[in-house]
Design a protein around this ligand. Structure first.
Ligand SMILES: [Zn+2]
Ligand SMILES: [Zn+2]
Length: 177
């Protein structure tokens, strides 16, 4: 929550705010998220406009997740820009002039940045995080890390459907001896 009282309500008045907040829980997506409680740096410009307070800024946060190809941990940093208008909560509906229910409102001159931060971060996250852009992933045969062993190869891929037969054949060969 950010107090906007110091800003005043004269349209055009501005205030810069920089602060660090702990990341809220479940900020991000399943494969990539901002660790709960990790520091999120926020730089903001608050600007009083006729209807309320226009907030423009960016947030920098740490990311943790898993590479979708090789499942190795991914650590990264993200910087997301955002802009949002918070309408004064004492404006009556008649003043709203077509502003719909989805508009964000100031509550007692406080603005809640968390939903805006959430939307901005989730929008900016890659849906398929990779440890490296060209991560070769895992061997489809044995699951080995191809990055550790780029020349990795299997001479004769064993089709699992034949593995049982091969074992049977081996047993038979042994009996014949
Ligand atoms: Zn990877
Ligand atoms: Zn392999």
């Amino acid at each position: 929550m950010l107090d906007t009282r110091e800003l005043g309500r004269r349209p055009g008045s501005q205030r810069e705010v920089a602060r660090q907040v702990p990341a809220p829980a479940e900020l991000g997506i399943e494969v990539l998220h901002v660790p709960e409680g990790s520091p999120v740096d926020i730089d903001l410009r608050l600007e009083a406009v006729m209807e309320g307070v226009l907030v423009t800024g960016d947030a920098t946060a740490r990311l943790e997740g898993e590479c979708v190809r090789c499942l190795e941990p991914v650590r990264d940093q993200i910087e997301v820009p955002f802009q949002e208008l918070y309408v004064y909560d004492d404006r009556t509906p008649a003043d709203d002039d077509g502003l719909d229910d989805e508009v964000r409102r100031l509550e007692d001159d406080l603005l809640d940045l968390e939903p805006v931060l959430r939307d901005a971060v989730v929008l900016a996250l890659p849906f398929q995080p990779l440890c490296e852009d060209d991560c070769p992933g895992l061997c489809t045969e044995c699951g080995a890390q191809l990055a550790d062993d780029p020349d990795h190869a299997h001479d004769a891929p064993i089709d699992p459907r034949w593995a049982g037969l091969a074992a049977l054949q081996e047993a038979q060969d042994q009996q014949d001896d």
